[in-house]
Ligand binder design. Structure first.
Ligand code: FDA
Length: 501
C-alpha cells in the first residue's frame, strides 16, 4: 500500500467509528509517548522507536476493538504491529524499519485477565497479561498448581507463548507453548476465531512456537496447569575460574540434560564466574543429594539453597530476595535499563574444557558488561517430543541453549562494543550447524530480515530455518499462505506466505 497521510487519516477516521477515542492515542495525545515507551525494556530501541513512531497506538479493551483495528488497517493499508509485553529483543512489536509503510501499534496491555479453573487444572490467560500476573493468579487460586514459562515476570504472555517460552521447569513440563490447549484469535480478515475448531489444526499448530506477529492476533490462551509440591528448592552456587569453573561447566554439559526431570540446573557465566542455578521440584535434602551425586564437583550445600513455594521461587529468582512482596510480580513498569543485544545458539556436542577456559576469560569487561546463559534441555523439551509436534524444533540431541547478552551503558559515547559477535564467531565450529540454530524468542535481526517488508519464502529461509528447522519453516510458510496470503501481519522476521506451493 502506498504510504500517505491520506491512508493514515482514513485509518484514524475508520477507528473512531468503532473504538472510543480515549483508546486511540495519536501522536498528539499527551499519553502517546509514555505509552509507547512504557514496556520497552531495551534502551537500544528507545531512540529508533521515538524517531519513527507509529501513526497511533490503539489500546483495545474488547475483542471487538481488535477486530475493528484489523479491518480498518486492511482497508486503509496501514500495518499493525501487535504488542503484548513489549519484550521483543529487537523491538519489532512497536518499531518498524520498513520505509514507506505506515503502521500502528495494537497494544494489548488492557487485555490482561487470568481466569483459573483450579478443579480442571486449567487457566485462560489474555495475551496482555505478564507472566508474573499469570504466576500470581495461579498461586492465589490454585496452590499446588503452576505453569512452566520464563524467568522475568514482566514478559508478556502474547509474545512469549507465540515463540515457545523456556524456563527452569521445561525439562519436567515442556515449553509454555507445549501446554497451550486452546486459544482465541483475530485473523487477518478481522474474524474472531474462538476455540480450536474455529482456528483449525494448522493455525493452532503455528501459534504455539511459530513466533509472534505472523499468523494473527492471539487474544487469549487456555493453558494446562501443572502440579508442584508445596515446597520446592532453589540453589545458586558460584564458581570462579580459580575455583575450577571451566571443569565443572565441562561436566555440566552432559550431566544437566540427563538429570531427573524434577531437577534443572542452568549456568550463568558473568564476570569470570559461573553461577549454577538449580530448581528442584521437591525438598532441599533431595535436591542436594541428587546434585551432589551427579555433579559433586559443584559442592552444593544447604547454605546455597532454600526451600520456597513455587510462586515464591518465581519472585526470588528475579528479585534476588524473599523480602520483596509477591505483589511485585504484578508490577509491569520497570526502568528501561541498559542497551542490550542478544544472540543465541544450540549445543549438541560438549565444548572441550580448554575452550571453556578461553570463553570464561573472554573480555566481557571494559565498557561492556554482559553474560552468557546456558539452559539445559532434555526431558520434556528433548527427544520425548518430536521436532515437528510444534514449530519449536530444538529437541532431540540438544544439550543446551546458549543466550549471549551484551549490556552496555546508555551514556557510551563511542560506538557500541561487541564482544558478543567476536565470541559468536569464535564458537561457530562448536555449536549446531546446517543450519546454525537460534531461538525465535531471543530475536536477532543480524541473522536475516525481510527487507522493507518484501520477503519470499526462499529469502526468509536464511533465518527461518535457523529458528524453526527446514520442515517446520516450510509448514509455517504454507500455513501463512492460507491464513494471511496478503502478508498483512508482517515485520522484519515474520513468516512470509508460500503461495502456489
Ligand atoms: P512483544 O510484545 O514485544 O512481542 C514479541 C513478538 O510477538 C512480536 O513480534 C509481536 O508482534 C508478537 N506478539 C505480541 N503479542 C502477540 C499476540 N497477542 N499475538 C500474536 N503475536 C504477538 N524468553 C524465554 O523463553 N525465557 C525467558 O526466561 C526469557 N527471559 C526474558 C527476560 C527479559 C528481561 C526479556 C526482555 C526477554 C526474555 N525472554 C525470555 C524473551 C521473551 O520470551 C520474548 O522477547 C517474547 O517474545 C516477549 O513477549 P512479549 O509479549 O513481552 O513481547
Amino acid at each position: 500500500a502506498a504510504p500517505s497521510s491520506a491512508s493514515g487519516h482514513g485509518f484514524l477516521q475508520c477507528l473512531t467509528t468503532s473504538i472510543p477515542s480515549d483508546l486511540v492515542l495519536t501522536q498528539k495525545s499527551p499519553s502517546f509517548e509514555p505509552v509507547l515507551v512504557s514496556s520497552i525494556r531495551n534502551a537500544r530501541q528507545l531512540g529508533p522507536a521515538k524517531a519513527s513512531p507509529p501513526l497511533a497506538i490503539v489500546t483495545p479493551t474488547t475483542a471487538s476493538h481488535v477486530r475493528s483495528s484489523v479491518l480498518c488497517s486492511v482497508r486503509h493499508g496501514v500495518r499493525i504491529r501487535v504488542r503484548s509485553g513489549g519484550h521483543d529483543y529487537e523491538g519489532v512489536s512497536y518499531r518498524s524499519t520498513f520505509s514507506h509503510e505506515p503502521f500502528a501499534v495494537l497494544d494489548l496491555f488492557n487485555l490482561h485477565s487470568v481466569r483459573v479453573d483450579a478443579a480442571a487444572a486449567t487457566a485462560w490467560v489474555d495475551s496482555g497479561a505478564s507472566i508474573g500476573e499469570l504466576y500470581y493468579a495461579i498461586a492465589k487460586a490454585a496452590p499446588g498448581l503452576a505453569f512452566p514459562a520464563g524467568v522475568c515476570p514482566t514478559i508478556g504472555v502474547g509474545g512469549h507463548f507465540s515463540g515457545g517460552g523456556i524456563g527452569l521447569m521445561m525439562r519436567k513440563y515442556g515449553l509454555s507453548a507445549d501446554n497451550v490447549i486452546d486459544a482465541t484469535i483475530v485473523d487477518a480478515t478481522g474474524n474472531l476465531l474462538e476455540g480450536k475448531a474455529a482456528i483449525g489444526e494448522d493455525l493452532f499448530w503455528a501459534i504455539r512456537g511459530g513466533g509472534g506477529g505472523s499468523f494473527g492476533i492471539v487474544l487469549s490462551w487456555k493453558v494446562r496447569l501443572v502440579p508442584v509440591p508445596p515446597k520446592i528448592t532453589f540453589f545458586d552456587v558460584g564458581k570462579t575460574i580459580e575455583q575450577g569453573a571451566a571443569g565443572v561447566l565441562t561436566k555440566w554439559q552432559t550431566v544437566a540434560p540427563a538429570l531427573p526431570d524434577d531437577l534443572s540446573i542452568r549456568a550463568v557465566v558473568l564476570n569470570r564466574t559461573v553461577r549454577f542455578q538449580g530448581l528442584y521440584l521437591g525438598p532441599q535434602h533431595e535436591a542436594l543429594r541428587i546434585t551432589n551425586d551427579k555433579l559433586p564437583e559443584l559442592g552444593a550445600t544447604a547454605k546455597d539453597s532454600r526451600e520456597l513455594s513455587w510462586v515464591q521461587y518465581t519472585a526470588y529468582i528475579y528479585f534476588g530476595d524473599t523480602a520483596t512482596p509477591l505483589e511485585a510480580l504484578l508490577n509491569r513498569t520497570f526502568p528501561v535499563g541498559s542497551f542490550l543485544k542478544h544472540k543465541s545458539d544450540y549445543v549438541k556436542t560438549p565444548i572441550p574444557e580448554a575452550t571453556w577456559e578461553k570463553i570464561l576469560s573472554w573480555p566481557f569487561g571494559g565498557a561492556t558488561d554482559g553474560q552468557i546463559i546456558l539452559e539445559p534441555h532434555g526431558g520434556r523439551v528433548g527427544a520425548a517430543v518430536p521436532d515437528d509436534e510444534t514449530p519449536f524444533p530444538h529437541r532431540a540431541g540438544v544439550l543446551y541453549n546458549i543466550q549471549y547478552v551484551e549490556v552496555y551503558p546508555a551514556n557510551l559515547s563511542t560506538s557500541p562494543p561487541s564482544w558478543v559477535s567476536g565470541l559468536y564467531d569464535f564458537v561457530e565450529p562448536l555449536v549446531s550447524s546446517n543450519p546454525r540454530s537460534a531461538y525465535v524468542n531471543y530475536r536477532d535481526l543480524d541473522i536475516g530480515v525481510n527487507k522493507d517488508g518484501v520477503a519470499s519464502y526462499e529469502s526468509a529461509k536464511v533465518w527461518g530455518e535457523r529458528y524453526f528447522g527446514a520442515a517446520n519453516f516450510l509448514r509455517l510458510a504454507r500455513i501463512k499462505a492460507k491464513v494471511d496470503p496478503e502478508n498483512h501481519f508482517r515485520h522484519e522476521q515474520s513468516v512470509p506466505p508460500l503461495l502456489n506451493y
